[in-house]
Design a protein around this ligand. Sequence first.
Ligand code: P6P
Length: 329
Amino acid sequence: NTTPHVPSVGRTLDRFIKQDQAQFPNATGDLSQLLRDIAWASKIIHREINRAGLIDITGSYGTHNIQGEEQQKLDVIANVRFIRALKNGGEVCGIISEEDDDFIDTGNLNGKYIVAIDPLDGSSNIDVNVSIGTIFSIYRRKSPLGTPPVLEDFLQKGTEQVGAGYVLYGSSTMLVYTTGHGVNAFTYENSLGEYILSKPHLQTPDDGKIYSINEGNYNDLSEGVKNYLNYCKEKKYSARYIGSLVADFHRNLLKGGIFMYPATAKDKNGKLRLMHECNALAFIVEQAGGVASDGKQRILEIEPTSIHQRVPLYIGSKNMVEKAIAFNP
Ligand code: P6P
């Protein structure tokens, strides 16, 4: 039996990963190294974001991604950096990125893992200086070692994740992740170039008074969602919507609240991507005691059918998500 190590605030990410791994005698260290590779790339993105205003890389890059969204330069830089870090790290045999139509074969035939990533979510907020984020999921490959990855490696249910996290590039840069044993948050100390443990064993409140939704879609929402919104107003909850998923999710995770991107008349499956955004946040919120649903089932139970599929998302405090779903049978 292993003595549970109680991580103390102030521990560096590297030491935390080392100690976390020590709890699992069979761990080879590959997942630990993968997490370090992601943290490394996020430090570079942190630097690029904080220089963006100075060297005018925030403007649109002129290309469009599969969603038809104009790609911002920082989007492209972030995508290149994370893919390069994961390729060079050697632990990952394949990647699906929100910015790439098809999966990426990293050439690491013996890489045990695949990564799903939204390298820079909320990028339309870059040039108005609003917080943006990176979202990632880690799965074990299904295909045999020594062979190239195949589509089935990437179409795995969220329950198959071995790790998930996000980086929030906000008033401070934070890395929040889980490997299935609780959620821990690290704050980036720029002068040291280190992530420092700031919120160990993060738990989200069962209840909250914050609801996050784009009410511009009100006329396109189901009667059930409209009724739940009216309920929130009767309860005098606070409407908080940044329009940057990681920022909205992180605030609600800490304070309690619900984030909703439901199906609308325009987007029958909502807007957010199952593989690149929803599965990771669902894993984190459940590890923190919260709930994530598409309105009918656990996000983590959804059988993926395509890499870029979208799902409706109701995520956050347990009692609030359950209430919202009750309004929307
Ligand atoms: P809307 C940003 O483009 C994003 O993907 C998420 O970060 C955010 O939650 C959502 O879209 C905002 O979408 O339709 O409200 O502008």
